[in-house]
Design a protein. Structure first.
Length: 267
């Protein structure tokens, strides 16, 4: 039970952060659009428009503004009958959290600067109008309120600094939570990538095995056909008998004797 409650709390925190990021770009409508954008599946833009109860052009305008910051991604499909494209949209959770992280870092930097400024500089206030001035502006007004003519008094920055420090602590805690959420999202993405790689490897192996089976089948067919075809009778050519050395020498002697006899007759 405790694990389930923790998961629900984490999901709620993440959703609040995502909503804050989107609202910072498109305003209050971000609170509504976050309900319909999913981080896993792509959603038809016409369905989003219907749920938001606004026309398709207004919906696309909101989505394009979010897309400029990389907070959403899209894919499109062509309608075969009508010939136009329909876009499907999805929320990019990791990019949205990183966007909010950058916003928080800027906010923290601004608060730290304000605390430092309050600790070093002197500020003045008109108690009647409750208007605050820094030292330079107070000098320009001769330390007198232009609205009511009341003289400025030095403002006690203790409460203001205390409030700033509270906001700073809150923002720093939020930043820690966001960093944890970013880490979780990265782990999810890594797992998805590993699954996709494994799937690709399996598909490649499957294709290789199929090709191997096809080759084996072709070889088996060729072997069967080769067995069916009768082998041609091989006719051996009669080999010439090799003459021995004695026969060769006798032939040479006969040739020589014939030549000698011919020469004698000519004489």
């Amino acid at each position: 039970m405790s694990i389930q409650i923790e998961k629900k709390n984490d999901e709620k925190i993440t959703k609040n952060f995502l909503q804050e990021s989107i609202s910072s770009v498109i305003g209050k409508q971000g609170e509504e659009i976050i309900k319909f954008l999913d981080t896993e599946k792509y959603i038809n833009e016409f369905i989003i428009a219907k749920k938001l109860d606004i026309n398709i052009n207004q919906t696309r305008n909101l989505l394009y503004r979010l897309s400029e910051h990389g907070l959403v991604s899209s894919t499109r499909k062509k309608d075969k009958k009508k010939g136009w494209y329909t876009y499907f949209w999805r929320l990019e959770a990791l990019r949205t959290l990183e966007f909010l992280k950058e916003m928080l870092k800027k906010r923290i930097s601004q608060i730290e600067h304000q605390i430092q400024s309050r600790e070093v500089k002197t500020f003045y206030v008109c108690e009647r109008c409750n208007i605050e001035y820094n030292e330079e502006n107070a000098l320009l007004h001769d330390f007198t309120c232009s609205e009511c003519g009341n003289v400025f008094i030095v403002k006690d920055n203790t409460k203001v600094i205390k409030e700033f420090r509270k906001n700073l602590d809150k923002s720093q805690k939020e930043l820690e939570i966001i960093n944890n959420e970013i880490r979780k999202e990265k782990e999810k993405d890594d797992k998805k990538k590993v699954k996709e790689i494994k799937k690709e490897v399996k598909e490649k192996l499957k294709k290789r095995l199929e090709k191997k089976k096809e080759r084996d089948k072709l070889k088996a067919k060729e072997m069967k056909q080769a067995k069916k075809v009768p082998k041609k009778a091989i006719v051996k050519k009669p080999q010439k008998k090799k003459e021995t050395r004695n026969v060769k020498s006798r032939k040479k002697i006969k040739v020589k004797t014939k030549k000698i006899q011919k020469k004698k007759k000519r004489r």
